[in-house]
Design a protein around this ligand. Structure first.
Ligand SMILES: [Zn+2]
Ligand SMILES: [Zn+2]
Length: 278
């Protein structure tokens, strides 16, 4: 079960498997919208509610702000929906950028969320064993077919023989010197093979930072544009991973605009925020 809450005042949306975790994000979001109605004194906090004109006064900063955000939450709690999927927002086809460190609980939550409803899972990653182990650990049912595209020499060496023999898995080795157009063609060929099968395709793309390190921003931009339209043609749901804190200041904004949806993923929730870029 996944919950979703969408703000009526801005483009903020939060999703999560725990209703309480979503509610906590909503409380701080509502508080941020209504800071101007809070007066913080030395000993106490005073607030006015713009929805019902109620006022409150509490001693202690933390407790005061908590009381106010609880009160505000009461006005918007009914906007909480359940039984949703993040990809509902883009009709289950298109590209989603997940902003978080690549090897983190947040990114793993997103991976599981995007892969679980799909039949064919394609990965472009330098960490194939970890991705396979995640699926085996978190999914009650593995995808019908898994394709891993990787530059890793012994991509699955840390997985046991017997677990490999039972996996519906195909590995496509990528040359480390591969140019962007060759990479695009390889992904396209894999998609072509999978399109002939029956089932929804999901593509995880982990190597955005590697591409930015190797190629110019303009070329990466062009590559993503072509790749995303190819994925769209395959009716695929693609999820890209990118760590905005990893020092790509100039590129991050440009990259972020390339996707149909952008979320920040942490351990408990996914958040889509209004764009902060000017
Ligand atoms: Zn808002
Ligand atoms: Zn009120």
């Amino acid at each position: 079960m996944v919950y979703r809450w969408r703000c009526r005042h801005c483009e903020f949306t939060v999703w999560g498997r725990s209703g309480e975790a979503v509610a906590n994000q909503v409380r701080s979001h509502m508080l941020a919208h209504n800071r101007q109605h809070v007066t913080e004194g030395e000993m106490q906090v005073q607030w006015t509610c713009p929805y019902c004109d109620r006022t409150g006064q509490t001693s202690g900063r933390e407790r005061g702000l908590e009381a106010y955000s609880d009160h505000l939450f009461g006005h918007v709690e009914a906007l909480m929906e359940s039984g949703v999927h993040v990809a509902d927002d883009i009709g289950h086809t298109g590209s989603i950028l997940t902003l978080s460190p690549l090897e983190s609980a947040g990114a793993n939550n997103a991976r599981v969320h995007f892969i679980s409803p799909c039949d064919i899972a394609v990965f472009v990653t330098t960490n194939p064993s970890r991705r396979i182990r995640l699926l085996k650990r978190e999914l009650t049912e593995l995808p019908a077919w898994i394709v891993v595209l990787t530059t890793k020499r012994e991509p699955l060496e840390s997985l046991s023989e017997e677990s490999l023999s039972t996996l519906p898995l195909e590995v496509v080795r990528l040359d480390k010197q591969l140019g962007l157009s060759d990479l695009g063609q390889t992904v396209s060929r894999v998609l072509g093979e999978q399109e002939r099968m029956d089932g929804k395709i999901t593509v995880e793309f982990d190597i955005l930072s590697e591409l930015l390190d190797t190629f110019t921003l303009q070329n990466v931009f062009k590559f993503l544009h072509i790749l995303n339209s190819r994925l769209e043609k395959a009716d695929a749901l693609s999820h890209y991973y990118f760590d905005p804190s990893a020092g790509y200041e100039g590129s991050a904004n440009v990259i972020e605009e390339m996707f149909d949806l952008r979320i920040r993923a942490n351990e408990e929730t996914f958040v889509s925020e209004p764009s902060t870029s000017p």
